[in-house]
Design a protein around this ligand. Sequence first.
Ligand code: SF4
Ligand code: SF4
Length: 322
Amino acid sequence: MKFRTLTLLMTYKCNAECDICVFNCDKYKNDIMNLDDAYRYIDEAFEIESFENLAISGGEPFLLYDSLIKICKKANQKGIPITISTNGFWAVNVEKARSVILELKSLGVTSLYISVDQFHAEYISYECIKNILRASKNIKIRIDLHTIVTKSSLKLKDIAQELENEIMGYQIVQWPCIACGRAKTNIGENEFIYQETIPSCICSNLNTLVIDSYGRVFPCCGITDKTNHLSANLAKEHSIKEIIEYFNNNVYLKLLETYGARWFTEAIDKYNIDIKLKNKYTSLCELCGDLFSLDNSENIYREAIECEKQKLINKYKLASNT
Ligand code: SF4
Ligand code: SF4
């Protein structure tokens, strides 16, 4: 696996408690990424050629502003482009927004990933987001706006309306709410917007190495944390090189990376594997959760993997004999 982005999930603490939060973040969480750990992750990752950029997320990383700035300084010394995800609560007026953005820009932050939708608006006013947009107009920094929607929630056009003229010149993207984390309990089953077919594609996030404040590592977005196959408690005691080696030796990731989720959904049918899949999914991540959530999923796919491996070996033997 070749990782391009190192994501530091600084905390699960957040000043919001959105119903759609896949990480179950809230104000009661008290975890904080240790700064020395963060520095080590950056040093070790960016010694590896494939890493190109750093993403910082949470929870709400701006709640730990001093640490956020220190991490940016560290990455900036190495010339690493930085993206920060935020709910924008800190932009209480244009002046404040401008001074924060200018400081971030001077430290190598090239883009801000901002969530704005009906669910975030329960906690963070649209005015904060508008202040960020107003303040960024003449600053060369990329602002990506993201809106999560359910069947009856406000949609992108409504959010664009809320942002009025300030949205001019910025990109805003609409995503369906993923049935993971808090959304699974707080959003009604009928409110999710399901994909028309069971997702089968190859995940495009398998080039992102996520490390959270507890030292858990994920080879992708980290949304599905209920499986040992897509996460591990490794970062506190292992180097980034060792973590990558660990993921490279993970047969499930290899199959996901090479054939996509389709390999597993087909194997479940073909080998009568005892995993009950739903007939509809909101996203590939939700499906991943079901494919790998069982403690014994290692053994459950073992026969399928061995049989398919043997078929490939026979095929190559045949090809080399002819
Ligand atoms: S702002 Fe983001 S991190 Fe915070 S609760 Fe909402 S979705 Fe979760
Ligand atoms: S689809 Fe699976 S591998 Fe990809 S980001 Fe989601 S949980 Fe990770």
